[in-house]
Ligand binder design. Sequence first.
Ligand code: BES
Ligand code: MN
Ligand code: ZN
Length: 482
Amino acid sequence: MDIRFSADRPQDADVIVVPVGKGGADAASMPIEQSKTVAAAASSARFEGKPGQSFSTYAEEGGKTVRVLLVGTGKDSFDRAGGTIAAQLLTTGAKHAVLIADGLDGDAASDMAYGAKLRSWRIDTYRTTLKDHEKPSLETLTLAGAKDGAEDRWTRLGAIAEGVAFTRELVSEPANIIYPESFVERARAKLEPLGVTLRVLDEPEMEKLGMNALLGVSLGSEKPARLLALEYMGGKDGEKPLVFVGKGVTFDTGGISLKQPQGMEDMKWDMGGAGAVAGAMTAIAGRKAKTNVVGICGLVENMPDGRAMRPGDIVTSMSGQTIEVINTDAEGRLVLCDALHWAQETYQPDTIVDLATLTGAMLISLGHEQAGCFSNNDGLADRLIAAGEQSGDPLWRLPLGKAYDKLLDSPIADMKNVGPRSAGSITAAQFLQRFIKEGVKWAHLDIAGMAWSDKDGPVWAKGATGFGVRLLDRFVADNYEG
Ligand code: BES
Ligand code: MN
Ligand code: ZN
């Protein structure tokens, strides 16, 4: 679905979308011929203009019968109202909707376009038997009479939506299609044209660097691991970049500590952290942010095999710290610890943020409403939480502390890769913190409950949500482009 802008209503529009604020439909201000009837019908159907609410009917307009869709806008939820437009119209046969935007301020209008764009994304690659009437019909949403600034703002929001779409694509694709090498190639095709430089480490290079924790996870897989760095230098020459790191386990069987079959197919999205990083880089580069950012993806497949790592094996990470691998299903932290160490050695960042579908325990603590945020720095945590609130990717802070850290001590190596069953998300974060250098501001976002949704949301259809992209983009915009 494309977004367009025009001064007047396009002749070929087959839907007129009217935004309606609190108080419900008001015939006097509704810019359609049969406003009285439509307003009365809406109010009798209990349409009150609340965010997420909509009312659809048909009316005579310019001698034709057209669909009229009233959408409730609320105060700060124009993206959500836009999402409602897409959800209501996407497969209804409507082709061209016109949003009457002259009563909205520029920001609100562009936010509605943004929400509609986000909500309209879907992946039909593997549906070969879709009937015509099941396919998306809505091709265009035109904003008619949008105020100054709306189109400029849309240029930026459109780039972010593109990033969200890229993350959803990577996350939705199955593991026979997206594995470390193919992830890199998709990222190359998407990001090089935006001015991003790719740096790719293969297994021999990682071996030389001593990344035995990351490589240990990959031992059972036929698919070679990759470490991918996406370098976007839109800021001052020589200024240290902000660094994002993502867990990119393209499939997580658990390895020798094999997962149960039920739900294992979900582990195709265990690269959701890396997917979010790639999508955020798409957004940031796409809107030409004036700052330096590097996104790093640790890409590995976790499989059981004769060559796979065993429980009890001890690996030496790139940092030199040794890890007793008690459970091969706690693989994400093994990938991240080497990626985080390499990131700090290579880019000397002041601030580093990692994203990972790291622990099932996250679903127990926060469910599917917010991601967990762990940080060694209160200011950083506050800035991320604020960006989350603003962008629609909410975070909730969880604690770190010495007593939790101690749970990882091993009788034979520097640490174990798992603690006891309790506080599983926190001990996972403690494990990562052992690889953060003195003075580096670090935050870890456990997005295990957020990367995928079993039900439709305001700006996503069920499936991959693209969580993290809007958050990271907002975090950059608010703190690194001043
Ligand atoms: N990728 C999983 C975590 C996960 C589970 C994400 C469910 C999304 C949904 C991770 O690699 C894992 O297996 N973690 C284990 C850790 C345990 C062995 C300490 C877990 O959460 O059970
Ligand atoms: Mn696992
Ligand atoms: Zn995993």
